[in-house]
Design a protein around this ligand. Structure first.
Ligand code: G3P
Length: 215
């Protein structure tokens, strides 16, 4: 399973890369807004730093606007994946971009039928938002399981990119289900490394090491 970082922070991207946990990056307008810098420069720097795919999101809501934005976004590098919201107009844009050989990530997916429609339009990735579904009392990972089953039934090649990840179980279950990618914010990624038994185990090992006679 690939690990993407859900971030527009170059520092976070470099840190995840140093840990061998960076197969790609996903951004969105909210993440871009947190950088407080010219987004053109931010996007360019991310695409240069990352070897894998980088999702850059359009903000237009008509196919025409999305396609015009996509034309500019792909100039940031060969690894750009154009992120398109799950709208009827979005599906038109997806179809056109895929015909031009441009990779597309369909975002804001909240139920399996949306994912199937995105796959039919030719999306490279679909992004089900599991944390946001859980937050309104749904079961985000059950949605992912259904999407994976549907894609397998029809041999659809669209990759399932599990987004809006909040806890370790989201990632473990995604891996068990065979999801293609998870995208995780840096703070959440760092938390995943932690375990109280790791901390207490290390503490006792280091304490015992002090008792070992040293020449
Ligand atoms: O980038 C898309 C998605 O991962 C956003 O997640 O944390 O805003 O629900 P979140």
């Amino acid at each position: 399973m690939k690990f993407f970082l859900d971030s527009a922070s170059l520092d976070e991207i470099k840190a995840a890369k140093d840990m061998g946990l960076l197969d790609g990056v996903t951004t969105n307008p909210t993440l871009m807004s947190k950088e407080k810098a010219d987004w053109h420069k931010v996007a360019e720097a991310i695409c240069r730093e990352v070897e894998g795919p980088v999702s850059l999101e359009v903000v237009g809501t008509t196919a025409e606007q999305m396609l015009a934005e996509a034309k500019e976004l792909v100039k940031y590098g060969p690894n750009v994946v154009v992120k398109i919201p799950m709208l009827l107009e979005g599906l038109k844009a997806v179809r056109s971009l895929r015909e031009q050989g441009i990779d597309v990530n369909v975002t804001l997916v909240f139920q399996p039928l949306q994912a199937l429609m995105a796959a039919k339009a030719g999306a490279t990735y679909v992004s089900p938002f599991v944390g946001r579904v859980d937050a309104i009392g749904g079961d985000g990972m059950a949605m992912v399981e259904e999407i994976l089953a549907i894609f397998r039934n029809y041999d659809l090649r669209t990759q399932v990119l599990v987004a809006s990840v909040r806890n370790p179980l989201h990632v473990v279950r995604a891996a068990l289900m065979g999801a293609d990618v998870v995208t995780v914010p840096f703070a959440v990624l760092k938390d995943f490394v932690k375990h109280p038994l790791t901390d207490s185990g290390l503490e006792s090992f280091l304490k015992d090491w002090e008792k070992v006679p040293k020449a």
